[in-house]
Design a binder for this molecule. Structure first.
Ligand code: PLP
Length: 367
């Protein structure tokens, strides 16, 4: 039968639309948004000043190549700026990589609780997302390798992963890479790399630098506190950079984002403050929440996955309603196949303490 209206390509209507974390609590005066892994410190004051300085030039197109920003990133990480591409958030780059390397009938692998943008980007190209099971809420290299078929073109791995906060060591990432055929692109999504304080972790720079089929994506939305500006970057082999540059929007990064991004990446002291705040409060929150009898998945990022009992009156859904009524907004993670858990970003001291008190009250009331 002929369709009566234009039809999207196969796969598009199978996409479950991404639902971002809530940002408001009706009727509550003071809201603490702990649902999107933003930094409680906000952006560097230097980034805000740089952003404002662009206001006088909003009539001009930005530099489509984001050259100064790529050079600033290159200086910060010791990378060749020609092998960096900037995007409107790392979401933009993940989608561009999918578009460049996937087509109808191909397969892209991600893990059970992997970041939701991977299956969305995959289906958008007509390819099939293949889910590799995790072990203890952590990516399993063996399971990913077992899922590889002749149709596999891309493997997406968030390391650390959102929403679990878990990571795999550099030795494991290298083992994964060694097991992949050379025509499969390994996308290492290191959105939370700056927060990781483990000496067996590496974001992927070394693997990208020494191989032809690995790319790393990064973001300014997390430790740099610039989520509203939509800014991310990737570092890849020259041939991947050339492919992505051909299909990206010619001005995919806006001028205020370029200016703020340069200032943010150069403000190392601000990043260090954010890291120190996180180290302290991540450990504190895990301890205090565990004292309430809840399981918390060990996290190396700036958020925690809290597991609730299935008992009526104590479930994640009920806890979420209780906390939201107190202005504490966490993230429901049912879409990540974690229906009895909530994800919480590390917040300000005030938010963290209020959260622990409110959870205590919730369980006291439910007892
Ligand atoms: C693992 C992971 N990758 C990528 C992103 C996308 O970040 P952005 O598009 O803001 O750069 C996020 C944001 O939540 C994330 O958690």
């Amino acid at each position: 039968m002929t369709a009566l209206h234009p039809q999207p390509r196969a796969g598009v209507l199978e996409i479950e639309a991404y639902v971002p974390g809530k940002s408001s609590a009706p009727g509550v005066a003071k809201v603490f948004k702990l649902s999107s892994n933003e930094t409680p410190l906000g952006p560097s004051p230097r980034a805000i000043a740089a952003y404002k300085s662009v206001a006088a030039h909003l009539g001009d197109y930005p530099d489509g190549a984001a050259s100064e920003l790529r050079e600033a990133i290159g200086r910060a990480f010791g990378l060749d700026a020609d092998r960096i591409v900037c995007g409107a958030g790392s979401d933009d780059l993940l989608n561009l990589l999918a578009r460049a390397y996937l087509a109808d009938g191909d397969e892209a692998i991600h893990t059970t609780h992997g970041f939701l943008v991977y299956p969305i980007a995959t289906r958008g190209t007509g390819a099939h997302p293949v889910v590799a099971p995790e072990t203890d809420y952590t990516a399993s290299v063996d399971a990913i390798l077992a899922a590889v078929t002749k149709k596999t073109k891309v493997v997406f791995l968030a390391n650390p992963n959102n929403p679990t906060g878990t990571y795999i060591s550099f030795a494991e990432v290298k083992r994964l890479h060694r097991g992949l055929p050379g025509n499969v692109l390994l996308v290492l999504d290191a959105a939370y790399a700056e927060y990781v304080k483990r000496n067996d972790y590496e974001s992927g720079i070394e693997l990208v630098a020494t191989n032809d089929n690995v790319v790393m994506t990064r973001t300014f939305s997390k430790i740099h506190g610039l989520a509203a500006l939509r800014l991310g970057w990737m570092f890849g082999p020259s041939h991947v950079v050339a492919a992505v540059n051909r299909i990206r929007g010619p001005f995919n990064v806006n001028a205020p984002a370029i200016a703020a991004g340069i200032a943010a990446i150069e403000d190392v002291a601000h990043q260090e403050r954010a890291r120190e705040h996180n180290v302290h409060w991540l450990a504190w929150l895990k301890d205090e929440i565990e004292k309430l009898g809840l399981k918390v998945t060990p996290s190396v990022a700036n958020f925690l996955l809290i597991h609730f009992p299935p008992t009526k009156g104590r479930t994640a859904k009920e806890a979420d309603a209780f906390l939201t009524a107190r202005g504490l907004i966490l993230r429901q993670v049912g879409a990540y196949k974690l229906s009895n858990a909530l994800r919480m970003s590390v917040g300000t001291e005030e938010a963290n303490r209020l959260l622990v008190d409110a959870l205590g009250e919730f369980f006291g009331r439910a007892a």
